[in-house]
Design a protein around this ligand. Structure first.
Ligand SMILES: Cc1ncc(COP(=O)(O)O)c(C=O)c1O
Length: 418
């Protein structure tokens, strides 16, 4: 099987993908920690710093240009997740936005109110809710099935009650690649009157996100995971945002979404976010086949193409890792269940510490992550916390089958040394 032609074409837009580092062109399988960016993102950021280097709501052209840029960025983020621009709040990253919202939610909690968190989540969707124990909140934990990395939905049903105010859940696991049935989880939570806060950071580069279809109350993303710069955004259903009173400085606007944005934003980052969403929409227009597509339809077409290619990458990764007897893959291991995962795979190898493997691969120009990736509940539950955690291989759409094969051959050779 060969890599689709369009993948080679889009790779030329990413300067980092062809750059030699220490004498080798790297294989970037570190995407779950942060993606590489297309040239247009870099150019948009530079242009913003030349053309819109001002602050907001001023009486002169560079400030007006900045106001327009922020409005455009809100529209771009809204297009990506299927929201309205007034429902988009910007912030430095997912973690900071989540602490900010959890503090605002803390103001309306009563002692004994319950919040549900999961062991499958990144700690950024756990710790901000644990912090509300200070306000008298009671935390209920939902486990995952260690054998395949899927969430324990029966456990979730047991954790829910009329005291539940919020369920914090991930869309896709950054450690095991599991895609959670978010729509179903929202139905379960809403049935008891609880809100749902979705961490879509790991899902965004892989899946078409639709907050209307999911019917979630909040959803958070980070642009540096989907080919943009280091900025985050939050979708908050309009009535949910107006129900909250964020911590803010007094002269700042009172109304959402601006009321939730503390201080001066990363304006050049927002310019990069617009370009990253444009990149995806263009990919859909060029290589999908939508007729006269809106930006949203073009993004959907892109994500369909991406998903198709990532399926091939994941199949090869699973097949290749399975062939190495000393390797144990955690999470879903069969392509028959592709609809329940993204191509993020974590494994261990007998006699090897994950850091040793990542270091040896790194020396060969193959970049993978090791450790807990802040998905602390996962490594703890699997008994791997304090044991070096996992090695994580994360494919993104710019990766090729040839790169996956290079990784597999190098790993095979390396592991046969012990
Ligand atoms: C699933 C998931 N959630 C949250 C985060 C934290 O995102 P940020 O760095 O934007 O705070 C990450 C980052 O790795 C992640 O993978």
């Amino acid at each position: 099987m060969r890599t689709a032609e369009w993948v080679w074409e889009i790779r030329t837009e990413f300067p980092a993908l062809s750059r030699e580092i220490e004498g080798k062109v790297p294989v970037f399988l570190d995407g779950p920690g942060g993606s590489q960016v297309p040239r247009r993102v870099l150019e948009a950021m530079a242009a913003a710093m030349i053309e819109a280097s001002a602050n907001t709501h001023g009486a002169f052209p560079t400030s007006r240009r900045l106001d327009a840029l922020i409005a455009e960025a809100r529209q771009a983020a809204a297009d990506l997740v299927g929201a309205s621009p007034e429902e988009i709040v910007f912030g430095p990253n997912m973690t900071t936005l989540t602490f900010h919202i959890s503090r605002a939610i803390g103001r309306i909690l009563r002692p004994g109110d319950e919040i549900v968190v999961t062991r499958l989540d990144h700690d950024a969707n756990v710790a901000p809710w644990l912090a509300l124990e200070e306000r008298g909140a009671v935390i209920r934990w939902v486990d995952f099935h260690p054998e395949d990395g899927t969430l324990d939905l029966e456990g979730l049903a047991r954790a829910l009650s009329e005291r539940t105010r919020l369920v914090a859940v991930g869309y896709a696991s950054n450690a095991l690649g599991t895609v959670n049935p978010v729509r179903r989880i929202v139905e379960m939570a809403h049935a008891v009157g609880a809100w749902v806060y979705v961490d879509a950071v790991h899902a965004a580069p892989h899946l078409f996100i639709d907050v209307q279809e999911l019917e979630c109350d909040f959803l958070v993303c980070s642009a540096y995971k989907f080919f943009g710069p280091h900025v985050g955004f939050l979708y908050g259903r309009a009535d949910r945002l107006t129900a909250l009173r964020p911590y803010k400085v007094r002269p700042a606007p009172d109304q959402p979404p601006e009321a939730f944005e503390t201080g001066t934003q990363n304006h050049e980052g927002l310019a990069g976010l617009i370009a990253a969403v444009d990149y995806l929409a263009d990919l859909g227009r060029r290589f999908g086949n939508p007729i006269n597509p809106s930006q949203r339809a073009a993004i959907r077409a892109a994500m369909e193409r991406i998903r198709e290619h990532e399926r091939a990458l994941c199949a090869r990764l699973l097949e290749g890792l399975e062939e190495i007897p000393s390797v144990t893959v955690y999470g879903i291991r069969t392509m028959e269940r592709w609809s329940e995962r993204v191509p993020t795979l974590s494994f261990r190898a007998k006699k090897w510490d994950p850091r040793e493997i990542a270091t040896a691969l790194g020396q060969k120009g193959i970049y993978v992550w090791d450790g807990n990736f802040y998905a602390l509940g996962v490594t703890e539950r699997l008994g791997l916390e304090g044991q070096g955690g996992l090695v994580r291989v994360g494919a993104l759409h710019y990766n090729t089958l040839e790169e996956v094969n290079r990784f597999l051959e190098t790993l095979h050779r390396l592991l046969s040394r012990k």
